[in-house]
Design a protein. Structure first.
Length: 589
């Protein structure tokens, strides 16, 4: 091989690795986080966990990605370590799907239909269709499918290029002699582990080994130890991911290591004992791509079947390695809530968006609860409840800080159009939910002032305030549903209610002035009432902001003022009809 052959080899390797990355990312985007949500909702059944782990890995084409996700699940408390064991075992089975796809490159036949199965035949067709989808369609789904097709075509082209570049090595005796050294089990395992640790993908390293098979110098005696090492090397990704994680997350990474390490030791021990007893003539034969896939599958499937009854043993072994220390304090319940914003999930943006939505919903609920509790204090003040309003507001503040940071990181990832809209909506809306909780605290402080001065509003003022409070509670509840469902049609009902609350606010102030003139109310009480109704009006304004934001992002509108004018002057007069409807529901006594 000359210098230019090496250039071709490394160029092919680069395309192969890039194609695998692009295809995996495309598959993950098409799944839209659904696969990860399936994993998140696992039952305690080990067999079901194994099957799901295998299925998810076969689809996203990466056992490393699945295992890193599992480490994240365990670290955030979403998944128990006992559930993680089954998923990790299944991931090792699912990763064998890639080697079978790559083994199609070894098909040799004159049959037209069999030749069509050869990647060099159908990859160009997929590339053409994929490029067409990417260039000429606007549908996000079709573009993602196009990405998968192009990624696969690049991967297979890289595989073919590598195979073509190493073919001349078949005539180089030194290359054959070098490979023979890897028939030594220790050297072979080390070589396979090192290669996989460097590129952090067992699927890719198995593909490279399959490409080398065209030289005819890769015998089964060489391939078996290397494949065993590749299974150990793939654990590096999960181990690196577990750095700085909780003890259970580190244990999940150790489960992955022990599964492959003990499996390799047992497999190699049995294999070489068998070799001493029975002459295994096939070991001196040249391995083909399909043969590599068979070995890879046999090891992972056999190891998984043997380990299923002893899943608890793997868990105990990991716990013995990563022990609990008496000094370590437990994670508070509040801290556990925020652990769903796990940085490891950012590697799978679609799922990270879903976790962001979950956190935003919790934030919105907490803000709504703070408001309800603050309003209840106006009629029946309790110091304990007032402290809870403060605590809720602090929690909402923390959500705004941590979720905002998480969403900014997420916005730099490659997101689908729908997920990009969701992130934009959350970034705009979390500030409004935080302000609602601030106004809840202001209302609570007004209630505390009344309590400390042993003062109260007149019966008439309390009845009027009750109507306004109910309207505000209802608009917050409606806004929460709009935000949760991102329903543009439902968002149309927010603006009429906000308009009504403005009207009620003006009417309450007018009636208060009249009571002042009549001498039935004091200026001091008027200040407190004004503070309360102003805070309620501001809350309605924030609800309007949220409704407008969701509509603008979903329908690609930009001018807020123009949008509100369009809503209020709709051709079908829906705004006026809705306004009259809410006017009849919230009538001041």
């Amino acid at each position: 091989m000359d210098f230019f052959s090496f250039l071709t080899l490394f160029g092919g390797l680069a395309m192969f690795l890039y194609g695998m990355q692009v295809m995996g990312d495309g598959l993950a985007k098409v799944s839209g986080g659904k696969l990860e949500r399936i994993l998140e909702n696992l039952t305690s059944s080990t067999l079901k966990a194994v099957l799901l782990g295998a299925g998810v890995t076969a689809v996203i084409q990466s056992s490393s990605a699945t295992t890193v996700m599992v480490v994240g699940f365990v670290n955030s408390g979403i998944m128990k370590l006992s559930q993680a064991v089954g998923v990790i075992m299944g991931a090792n089975v699912g990763t064998t799907a890639t080697s079978w796809i790559l083994s199609l490159a070894g098909i040799e036949s004159e049959s037209f239909f069999l030749r069509l199965l050869k990647p060099s035949s159908f990859a160009p067709i997929l590339a053409l269709i994929g490029v067409f989808f990417l260039l000429f369609t606007k549908s996000t789904k079709k573009r993602d499918v196009g990405t998968i097709m192009v990624g696969f075509a690049v991967l297979m082209f890289g595989m073919e290029t590598m195979s073509g570049a190493v073919k001349p090595l078949a005539d180089v005796p030194e290359f054959g002699n070098l490979l023979l050294k890897f028939s030594n089990p220790v050297l072979g395992i080390l070589a396979g582990a090192l290669l996989t640790a460097v590129i952090q993908s067992s699927s890719a390293s198995v593909g490279i080994l399959q490409a080398l098979c065209v030289t005819g110098a890769v015998h089964y005696s060489v391939a078996i130890p290397i494949i065993m090492g590749q299974n150990i090397g793939t654990c590096v990704t999960a181990l690196l991911s577990a750095i700085g994680a909780s003890k259970n997350a580190k244990r999940a990474a150790m489960v992955h290591l022990y599964f492959n390490l003990i499996g390799t030791i047992v497999f190699m021990g049995v294999f070489y004992l068998l070799r001493l007893a029975v002459p295994l003539e096939f070991l001196d034969e040249a391995a083909g791509p399909a043969g590599i896939a068979v070995i890879h599958s046999v090891f992972n499937v056999t190891a998984t079947i043997l380990w299923i009854p002893f899943a608890g043993l793997l868990e105990k072994l990991a716990c013995l390695t990563i022990r609990d220390s008496g000094e370590e304090s437990g994670t508070s319940l509040e801290d556990q809530e925020f652990m769903i914003l796990e940085s490891r999930f950012l590697e799978k943006p679609a799922f990270a968006v879903e976790q962001g939505r979950n956190a935003a919903r919790r934030m919105a609920r907490e803000s709504h609860k703070a408001l309800r509790l603050a309003l209840s204090l106006l009629g029946n003040y309790e110091e304990e409840a007032a402290k809870r309003v403060d605590q809720m507001e602090s929690k909402v503040d923390r959500y705004e800080d941590e979720l905002g940071t998480y969403l900014v990181k997420l916005s730099h990832k490659d997101l689908s159009e729908n997920d990009s809209h969701s992130v934009a909506i959350m970034l705009h809306c979390i500030g409004d939910f935080e302000r609602i909780s601030d106004h809840a605290v202001n209302i609570m402080e007004s209630a505390r002032e009344l309590y400390e001065k042993n003062a109260s509003f007149s019966k008439k003022a309390m009845e009027e305030l009750g109507v306004l409070s109910q309207a505000v509670e209802d608009i917050v509840q409606l806004t929460y549903h709009v935000f949760q469902q991102q329903d543009v049609r439902l968002a149309e009902r927010i603006e009429p209610l906000e308009e009504l609350i403005d009207e009620l606010n003006k009417e309450l102030k007018r009636r208060h002035v009249r009571r002042l003139q009549e001498g039935t109310c004091t200026i001091e009480m008027g200040f407190v009432l004004s503070d309360i109704i102003t805070n309620l009006e501001r809350i309605a304004d924030h609800c309007s902001n949220i409704g407008v934001c969701i509509t603008q992002v979903r329908e690609d509108l930009f001018d807020t003022h123009s949008h509100l004018e369009d809503v209020k002057n709709a051709a079908d007069d829906s705004f006026r009809r809705n306004l009259e409807e809410v006017r009849s529901q919230y009538v001041l006594p």
